[in-house]
Design a binder for this molecule. Structure first.
Ligand SMILES: [Zn+2]
Length: 289
């Protein structure tokens, strides 16, 4: 058997083609497809995934700038259910809180961390606005333990929050579990940016609530697949992706699915017996250096 195969790879963005050497042992025999990461400078200047089957046939490509799922059964909330006061709250949020702050708060909640958000004393009017908007967004999904305090109040009762994740004004003040890593917060980044960029007040809110609910529901779908696995059996990430498509009509981007798996671990505290072939990435990184 050959140690490697030359496979014609075509970039899904610029369509440049090149033969790439892929070692045989990197293709998972048990999996239907293996996601091979093609870093930039291997074929062209783009980074993308090639999905390769057992016979080294390329079955598809995916850009690494992933998309949020679109084929969702869930329904968005009705525009008519939004109250005038809720619209105002969200407008206030948009104009007074940075995307960065919102992103940090979301991650704290979705990673199930008791969180304290400290506001400058001069922004006391924001306390209730943040509370109400967060309650609205996470209403029937993630339970949260978020405390919002003015800086002067926080200083007085600081010791009550020893084990908390502490978010300051646009910066992280304490993150013991190291969950705040700007490089791997792309999902939060995407949904928060979309909220800030949406010119329609109502759509911005409806879509944001929808994306949060999707993360919650899809995590539950993943858990139901994991729970039905044979005892002590692993599943590889591509098979999981396939099963989500077949059972729940979900076509998820691999990067988004990885995010969901983190939520399953951190929020739902469910063990995730999923194989993810990161060694392929390392191999191709060596090739490109
Ligand atoms: Zn390209």
């Amino acid at each position: 058997m050959n140690m490697s195969e030359y496979v014609m790879i075509k970039c899904p963005i610029c369509h440049m083609e090149k033969k790439v050497e892929i070692p045989t042992n990197l293709i998972d025999e048990a999996a239907h497809l293996t996601a091979v990461l093609i870093p930039k400078s291997i074929v062209c200047e783009h980074t993308f995934h090639a999905f390769v089957d057992k016979n080294f046939a390329v079955r598809g490509y995916q850009k690494t700038d992933f998309e949020l799922p679109i084929n969702i059964q869930e329904e968005k909330i009705e525009e008519t259910t939004l109250l005038e006061s809720e619209l105002n709250d969200f407008e206030n949020l948009k104009w007074n809180i940075s995307p960065k702050n919102l992103k940090y708060i979301f991650r704290g909640i979705m990673f199930n961390k008791p969180t304290v958000f400290i506001l400058p004393d001069s922004r006391s009017e924001l306390k209730e606005i943040v509370e109400r908007t967060i309650n609205f967004l996470f209403n029937d999904t993630f339970k949260h333990n978020l405390t919002i305090l003015l800086k002067s109040n926080y200083k007085k009762i600081k010791s009550d929050f020893k084990n908390y994740l502490v978010i300051g004004w646009e910066k992280i003040l304490r993150d013991k579990d190291k969950i705040m890593n700007d490089q791997d917060m792309e999902v939060e980044e995407k949904i928060v940016r979309a909220f800030f960029r949406n010119a329609s007040k109502t759509d911005a809110i409806i879509n944001l609530e929808f994306e949060i609910r999707n993360i919650y529901k899809i995590s539950q779908n993943v858990i139901s697949i994991i729970e039905n696995l044979e005892k002590d059996k692993d599943i590889d990430i591509m098979t999981l992706k396939d099963r989500l498509r077949v059972q729940f009509s979900l076509d998820l981007d691999i990067q988004y699915l990885r995010y969901i798996l983190t939520i399953v671990r951190y929020y739902f505290k469910v063990y995730v017996p999923v194989n993810d072939s990161n060694e392929i990435q390392e191999f191709l990184d060596i090739l490109s250096s």
